[in-house]
Design a protein around this ligand. Structure first.
Ligand SMILES: [Zn+2]
Length: 506
């Protein structure tokens, strides 16, 4: 994500009206979230009864056949022929139409950003479109899209019902849609906006950022923007909540696998949430803790003993926002919405190895330098302390375990008199992580002197030190040379053994 530009003037501005929204929106306390969560789907054709906020859902969508009546409208739907007129037609199934992919990608964009799984439902029984005709598998979609002439050219472009209705009506007398530049951004942004209503989001307004759920359509961006994504993840969780057949990643057994880490490697998730509000259509990596009930588990593997660094950073932009028609814009610092906690868990999936929750909301939690002596699988658990959605980035880094040289109290990789001096100068001190506390009992005493004495003269053996030793075998080389010279007398050309011995030094 890159930072959003200042609020630009809209190109062609048209009001998108929504049905039955006003009464609901008046009851929404706008300062809680920023976005406006009207309500989520509680029953769908695929799932039956669905869960609570933050839980995933499967929704079907489809095109209402031309000639089907639309509740509240005089005319019957003519959307298919309207789109055929712009893009051309094709025989057979609706999905063969040249414009079908534009509709499909608009639903799929919301799907890849959230816990919603959208599925195309080709069947439609031509029941009147609108509230009172709920979705049914192989009967009709949860979300049906039709179109009629609403108010002629300009004005209203489309409208939609909130859950559990969700049906969408386009104004098929609007010339706005004849402009198909930028892969038909106009019709796609209108459709994605209406789908935002269909899945439960109300209108918002911002005086310093651009969002898809603002009441006037903009073509300065493509699809759901940062706050729109926050809204949908508040209602249905992030895209990982629909993994494991909808069971999500809330336990160690269902953890999202981040793969194997070797020394020097890193893994990151949630990397597309930057500090700005503009979201590019290519960005998909947004993860969040939806509420106090949400738990996200990740797993990783190490193939050798390693030191692991974990950093959990709450991320998000700062912007002004108000419910449509509200009088005062409120600043939302969306990196400080919920106080996140970070926990490192052992291979059995339950024993806590380390946890971090000291910092307030908005500040990263870290577990740094934690030594994992046993190769295997480990888990990271993330939770939130507040009942609102918080985006985050999780970064893992593995490094090799540094070798330990007992008695090397000043860390210069040799046990010598300087270490004794350090021991003597700090004798009697107590506390954690004392340099000359050789036995780790938080006290500098005679036992630490004994450790120094026992290891006096030792040098830390590192790969670089071994190379040095191998490069300076002067006495041995002289001896080899002498043996080689002598062997000319005794063994003719047979000078192999000394050369083999020299190679062994490396
Ligand atoms: Zn709208």
């Amino acid at each position: 994500m890159v930072r959003g530009s200042p609020h630009p003037p809209y190109g062609t501005v048209s009001v998108i009206k929504i049905l039955a929204a006003t009464a609901l929106l008046c009851a929404i306390p706008s300062s809680l979230f920023g976005f406006v969560p009207v309500n989520r789907w509680t029953s769908t054709a695929t799932d039956g009864l669905t869960g609570n906020n933050g839980d995933p859902v499967t929704l079907t969508w489809g095109l209402t056949p031309d000639g089907t009546s639309i509740i509240g409208e005089t005319d019957s739907s003519n959307l298919v022929s309207f789109l055929d007129g712009i893009y051309g037609t094709a025989p057979g199934l609706i999905s063969n139409r040249p414009w079908f992919s534009l509709v499909e990608m608009s639903f799929n964009r919301w799907s890849e950003l959230s816990g919603i799984t959208f599925q195309y439902e080709p069947e439609d029984d031509r029941a009147a479109q609108g509230v009172g005709a709920p979705g049914g598998l192989a009967v009709r979609p949860d979300i049906r899209i039709g179109g009629v002439s609403i108010d002629g050219n300009s004005g209203t472009l489309a409208y939609a019902n909130f859950p559990n209705g969700g049906d969408i009506v386009f104004d098929t007398s609007d010339g706005f849609y004849n402009n198909t530049t930028s892969n038909s951004l106009r019709i796609r942004n209108v459709l994605m906006h209406e789908v935002g209503h269909s899945i439960g989001l109300g209108h918002i307004e911002s005086n310093n950022a651009n969002f898809l759920l603002e009441p006037s359509i903009s073509t300065t961006f493509d699809g759901p923007q940062y706050d729109d994504i926050r809204g949908i993840q508040h209602l249905y969780g992030d895209a990982l909540e629909k993994t494991n057949n909808g069971a999500g990643n809330g336990t160690s057994a269902l953890a999202t696998d981040l793969g194997s880490l070797t020394a020097g490697q890193t893994r990151s998730i949630g990397t597309d949430t930057g500090s700005g509000t503009l979201v590019l259509p290519s960005e998909t990596d947004f993860v969040s803790i939806a509420n106090q009930s949400d738990i996200d588990f990740y797993s990783f593997q190490i193939d050798e003993p390693s030191v692991i660094d974990l950093t959990l950073t709450p991320v998000g932009a700062t912007f002004n926002q108000v419910v449509q028609g509200g009088s005062e814009q409120t600043e939302f610092v969306t990196s400080q919405i919920s106080n996140l906690s970070l926990t490192l868990i052992d291979s059995n999936g339950s024993v806590v190895l380390s946890s971090a929750n000291a910092n307030p909301a908005g500040i990263a939690e870290t577990i740094l330098g934690f030594e994992l002596a046993t190769p295997g699988e480990y888990f990271v658990r993330i939770t939130g302390g507040d009942n609102a959605v918080q985006f985050y980035e999780l970064d893992l880094r593995a490094s090799a375990i540094a070798p330990v040289l007992l008695g090397d109290y000043n860390g210069d990789q040799v046990v010598d008199a300087a270490d004794y001096t350090l021991w003597r100068d700090t004798l009697g001190q107590t506390g954690t992580n004392l340099a000359a506390d050789g036995n780790g009992d938080n006290l500098i005493d005679a036992a630490d002197y004994d450790i120094w004495k026992l290891n006096f003269g030792n040098v830390l053996e590192t790969p670089s030190a071994a190379v040095v030793v191998a490069n300076v075998p002067e006495p041995g080389t002289l001896l080899v040379a002498l043996l080689g010279f002598l062997s000319l007398v005794w063994l003719g050309k047979k000078s192999g053994p000394p050369r083999a011995q020299e190679q062994a030094c490396f």
